[in-house]
Design a protein around this ligand. Structure first.
Ligand SMILES: [Zn+2]
Length: 440
């Protein structure tokens, strides 16, 4: 099984200068050897030494290309979690009708399935009419700065404007939280994020005769106000409403009524969804105070105190606007200043759910998972695809696999594995995508 072999290359994201690059180089050689027809048909470029950019030229240069993404790197398996794995995470073991190991789902499953599909077609002498570009980054798990960022820039400089981009990020769930039944979720936007730093200065000294406010009381007050500042929680202005509409036929009668008459039932829906952390993340920006620092002794006033608040930014908000609003909340707190720690990342633009490319992905999903209605969703984590907004108007995030809620813990977690059934679904889906999308 090819995916099992691919897992044996320890392509852990390179964090330190001294980290092992050899597994990536060996993985590249393995790809060349295992997928000869594809490698003969496509042009391979190395970007930032370890990222792979393949161009499978179409016969009609007038048609905008398809860009298919996957990443080579995997997150490490921390030593203290190793004993909780039932198998060696880098041995590539097949057991219980599944391929086990780090990267099986995230994201070597996608990469190898894409190669299997392309090899299958290339070996038959098939050639695309529309160009297909494969971009396999080597640093997705640490931000994609050398991989996806540079590859997307290179494509933009060449004037590439793709029909669409497809990456990982969402999949089909066997139990969607809203309906309790299966649903194929296609990510049409990705949340942004940033860390807001609160800095407070106070008068240092002994605490026997304190001023009204201390650095610690100021920072605490600021955290509290920003944490509870009003944030819009709505179905509109993001993927939530589209998701509800797409799943409406599966909903209970009351929920269905509510979606159909959103103007009337919006407060009810909002209230119901606001009770649920996952639903809240879908409806609006989330605010999580995470770090607070200041002072060292109980009877000494510190000169300064700091706090950090982690924001996950919904498509309707922006980092600049959130900073402005947070500053308004604390404008009267003298000695308090706010800044983003680093540059916050806004959510990606929202891709269309009425485009021909969304229709193609949805139709193929229905073909391999006929019981799962297709719905758009908001990707809560980060993927390489966020760097491709300049190259395509429509960027979708979907792995054609059916996951249980337990499976969702696997990427970055313990006992990551992909069922052989899911691996075959992916290959069938990608063959269909290349044939229907690029070969006619
Ligand atoms: Zn990934």
């Amino acid at each position: 099984m090819r995916l099992a072999e691919a897992i044996r290359f320890r392509t852990v994201s390179l964090v330190e200068e001294t980290d092992e690059r050899a597994p990536f180089v060996e993985f590249h050689a393995w790809l060349q050897q295992r997928y000869p027809a594809f490698h003969a048909a496509a042009r391979r470029e190395m970007i930032s030494e370890l990222s792979l950019l393949y161009t499978w030229e179409g016969s009609d240069p007038g048609q905008p290309p398809i860009i298919l993404l996957a990443h080579q790197d995997v997150v490490p398996v921390p030593d203290d979690t190793r004993e909780n794995w039932q198998v060696d995470p880098f041995a590539g073991i097949i057991r219980d009708d599944a391929i086990w190991g780090r990267g099986a789902i995230d994201d070597k499953g996608s990469l190898v399935a894409l190669m299997e599909a392309a090899e299958f077609l290339a070996a038959q002498g098939r050639r695309p009419v529309r160009t297909i570009i494969f971009a396999f980054g080597h640093d997705e798990e640490i931000g994609g700065d050398e991989g996806a960022v540079v590859m997307a820039q290179a494509l933009a400089q060449r004037g590439v404007r793709a029909w669409f981009v497809l990456d990982e990020g969402m999949a089909a769930l066997d139990q969607h939280p809203l309906t309790g039944g299966p649903a194929s979720m296609i990510g049409i936007s990705e949340r942004g994020g940033g860390n807001l730093r609160i800095h407070a200065v106070g008068q240092p000294g002994h605490s026997s005769m304190p001023p009204n406010e201390t650095a610690v009381s100021l920072v605490a007050e600021a955290v509290d106000r920003i944490h509870s500042m009003p944030i819009e929680q709505r179905l509109e202005g993001g993927p939530a409403l589209g998701m509800m509409r797409a799943l409406a036929p599966e909903l209970s009668f009351t929920n269905r009524m509510a979606v159909a008459n959103e103007w009337l039932f919006a407060p009810l829906l909002r209230a119901r969804m606001a009770d649920n952390a996952a639903a809240r993340a879908l409806l609006g920006t989330t605010i999580a105070p995470t770090v607070i620092e200041g002072g060292s002794r109980p009877n000494v006033l510190p000169g300064e105190a700091d706090a950090w608040i982690n924001f996950r930014i919904h498509p309707r908000d922006s980092g600049a606007d959130l900073l402005r609003r947070a500053r308004e909340e604390v404008a009267d707190l003298e000695g308090v200043t706010l800044e983003w720690d680093g540059t916050p990342r806004d959510a990606t633009p929202i891709s269309s759910t009425t485009s021909s490319s969304y229709g193609l992905i949805a139709a193929l999903s229905s073909a391999i998972l006929p019981d799962a209605p297709v719905a758009p969703g908001l990707v809560l984590a980060g993927t390489d695809s966020r760097h491709y907004s300049e190259v395509a108007e429509n960027v979708y995030r979907f792995q054609p696999i059916l996951l249980t809620s337990a499976d969702l813990e696997m990427p970055h977690g313990l006992n990551e594995r992909l069922s052989i059934e899911n691996f075959e679904r992916m290959i069938r889906f990608y063959i269909g995508l290349m044939e229907a999308g690029a070969m006619q």
